[in-house]
Design a protein around this ligand. Structure first.
Ligand code: NAD
Length: 365
């Protein structure tokens, strides 16, 4: 656990980075321990902003800060260093910034490894219109939740060079994992009064693999007669999402389609800077934005922390801190509605610190 000295040092450094706009306060009692993984790229910038916003709600959290980036992976030789796993085993909850993965070689994806090691089988990504964000769909309100299977499919990492220049990549679909994500999505639908679940697949081509995924979805759908169940082939689903995004409610997808459709859906509501997410398992939960490490904007002070702040809203709900979650969500929405402190990716001119100050000020108002 972070000692109080370390915590104090961190809070002061956050205050300085943000232009001394954040009040630094110390709490004697700390009811929650949460693992904080700043990650790399823009991760530390958005993580600091999200921590400030969470702390402004008044919820007392002691953050266990652990490093997860290319440097640590090279040093430890592990795709997910044991210290990271140990911390999440202890706290059960993490707030995570993005981590870069080398493309076309190098070490295994840290994110895939972390999700597998902790069995974080459900990737939940709410995609909602925010007030004041100009998009191509200004006349419609988008409010969908993506449920992406998070542990298998083509992300199993089972690749093999059969002979030179001939490679196979195994797509693994199991009944267990498909039923788990389908059950999770339908249970969420019932609990939240949502109306429709759309399964997305390519079972016309991958008859066995996606066929099994679909059979599992249908089996679960039968237990929820009050919820409309629909199936769409992934190419058609992509077109429908762009043409009629407001007709989607919950989407249920295997890993790869879920990954791709998440970014597509983010594009409907203002981009990757505003879409949060959660990786949920039986025992652990890791909250992180959909976006990656955004190497093109690192250090420029323009990383949008909205997505990670909204991920923190999901985390607060998970911690049953509904009032704090509501405060943070409402503050973000007010800053968007006012429109004076928005980041460039959503059409504004503010920087990360100015946006964060505005959110903190709204929380305290
Ligand atoms: P990316 O999400 O990092 O960036 C895509 C585009 O969106 C870039 O133009 C970027 O500037 C913009 N963007 C993303 N987040 C933003 C934010 N918060 N504010 C403003 N603009 C933002 O995707 P990429 O470039 O394909 O991937 C970069 C690296 O991130 C890769 O190494 C990839 O493996 C990794 N990645 C990690 C995660 C994760 O840790 N969960 C997720 C996706 C990608």
């Amino acid at each position: 656990m972070a000692g109080s000295k370390e915590l104090a040092h961190r809070k002061i450094s956050i205050a300085l980075q943000g232009g001394s706009v954040f009040a630094v306060h110390y709490n004697e009692k700390v009811p929650y321990s949460v693992t904080l993984i700043p990650g790399d790229g823009i991760g530390p910038e958005v993580a600091d902003a999200a921590v400030c916003a969470v702390e402004a709600t008044g919820v007392l959290i002691e953050w266990e800060r652990v490093e997860l980036n290319a440097g640590v992976i090279a040093k430890t030789g592990q795709s997910v260093p044991q210290a990271v796993l140990d911390s999440i085993e202890r706290t059960r909850v993490a707030l995570k910034g993005p981590v870069s993965t080398p493309i076309g070689g190098g070490f295994q994806s840290v994110n895939v490894a972390l999700r597998k090691k902790l069995d974080l089988f459900a990737n939940v990504r709410p995609v909602r219109s925010l007030p004041g964000v100009k998009t191509r769909f200004d006349d419609v309100k988008i409010d969908m939740v993506i449920f992406r299977e998070n542990t298998e499919d083509l992300y199993s990492g089972l690749e093999h060079e059969v002979v030179t220049d001939v490679v196979t990549s195994l797509k693994v679909i199991t009944r267990l994992a498909s039923l788990r994500i389908a059950n999770y999505a339908f249970a969420f639908a019932r609990a939240h009064g949502r109306k429709k679940v759309t399964s997305v697949h390519k079972a016309n081509i991958m008859k066995l693999a996606d066929g099994l995924f679909l059979r599992c979805c249908r089996e679960v759908a039968q237990k929820y007669p009050e919820i409309e169940y629909q199936e769409l082939i992934v190419d058609n689903a992509s077109m429908q999402l762009v043409m009629r995004p407001e007709t989607f409610d919950l989407l249920l997808l295997p890993n790869l389609y879920g990954d791709i459709v998440s970014d597509l859906a983010a594009g409907l509501v203002g981009g990757l800077g505003v879409v949060p997410g959660a990786n949920m398992g039986e025992k652990h939960a890791v909250f992180e934005a959909v976006h990656g490490s955004a190497p093109d904007i690192v250090g420029k002070g323009i990383a949008n922390p909205t997505a990670l702040m909204l991920s923190a809203v999901m985390m607060l709900i998970h911690l049953r801190e509904q009032a704090a979650a509501g405060k943070l969500q409402a503050a973000i929405e007010r800053v968007y509605a006012e429109g004076k402190h928005l980041l460039p990716d959503v059409g504004g001119k503010a920087n990360t610190a100015e946006f964060t100050s505005a959110v903190v000020a709204e929380i305290r108002r």
